[in-house]
Design a protein around this ligand. Sequence first.
Ligand code: NAP
Length: 422
Amino acid sequence: MSNFKVVIVGAGPAGYFAAQALQNLANDDCTFEIDMIERLPTPWGLVRSGVAPDHPKIKTVSKVFEKIASHENFRLFANVEIGSDISIAQLQEKYDAVIIATGSSLGKKLGIPGEGLRGSLSAATFVPWYNAHPDFVGVDTPLDADTAVVIGAGNVAMDVARMLALEPSELDPTDTADHAIEAFKKSNIRKVYISARRGPEYAAFTSPELRELPKLEHTNVIMDKGDIEAAIVRTGDEPEKEVKSNLDAMLLIAENPKSEHERTMQFLFQHTPKEIIGTDRVEGVVFSTPNGDVTIKCGLVITAIGYQAHGIEGIPFKNGKVVNNDGRVNENLYVVGWAKRGPSGVIGTNKSDAAAVMQLLVEDLKSPKNVGDISVLLTHQIVVSRDHWKKINEAEVAAGEPHGKPRKKSVTREELLKHADL
Ligand code: NAP
């Protein structure tokens, strides 16, 4: 019987699904001891710091993660950073296999003038800010103007636009960071534009997300019926299933009667951002459109046009991804999730993706190295274990309960560690 030691770097969906795949592949001849390293004091990755707080159902996948983590051969080493605390080379030496599951946390840039002005932010900054990510608590998010523009036609842009256009008291029963709820309540923003550079038929939104928009209780959602009808004509008699479903959902939005809500979310198609204007801070966005240039005055621009992976010393990166061949990187190094394939797909996509890579990993394994693990290398760090995380989790859930929230998130590392008596 062979017992292999595997380490997963990154405690997000891809990391947990990789662990689950290994647990499923274990048999009488081959077992796995799985260690998971996470930079933050808290696990769950995008499920904690990315998923929109008004989408609590999506977060229930964390129950699956906790079940995977409850396995006797699973250990969590959170609050441990690759690079400063431990290197990839050290991991490769100690473990039979190393799996990178660090996702893509850098927002892609538009590369247009004015992008650096105050009030121009990436969703990669804005989303973790409202989700209480400790590294983004102090982000400057000016919400004092009446208009915001969100650039991009994907689900992240939609999340951001919805968060800005919601009646903020709707966020009270969610796990949105307290500082963000407070800022949204003081916000002057009443009009949120969401701009797509191509027509509705090319939008990357998915239809369940579109279909929930007319249900917003305090926000008018506006699409131009002519835009959608023209797209329906362009796609012809046999559009792809997803495209048809999206266009049907958009037509419903366009036809939905508008009410007297003061908050609006308006979609602009065929608007390509050309320049963000302003002197000290954002004052507007110039778009090129089929009818010429159009300027939209606004005080906030959020760019949600995709993500890139962070570089990690000792790992080859290209085009915002880890260089890999079906998840194999080199020697005993593997990659899963967004760091492998780029920022696409929903959380569940990572399950089949990780399972396929773990199948290859298991085929590559020969005999166990038996040279110890990282616990001997991490004697000076404050490591958040599974039991510590349990305490943090319970403290946050208990703090949320009197307010009808699923949890009240702690936002600083110190506060989080204190919950764990660390
Ligand atoms: P995405 O789905 O790839 O959408 C990116 C959008 O940015 C596209 O509309 C793209 O337009 C646009 N874009 C790219 N470069 C641009 C530029 N230079 N100027 C203007 N627009 C530009 O990415 P995402 O929204 O970041 O989402 C990432 C993944 O997470 C997706 O698979 C998404 O479905 C998933 N997600 C799911 C949920 C959910 O299930 N509720 C929530 C959030 C995210 P073009 O097509 O013209 O390039």
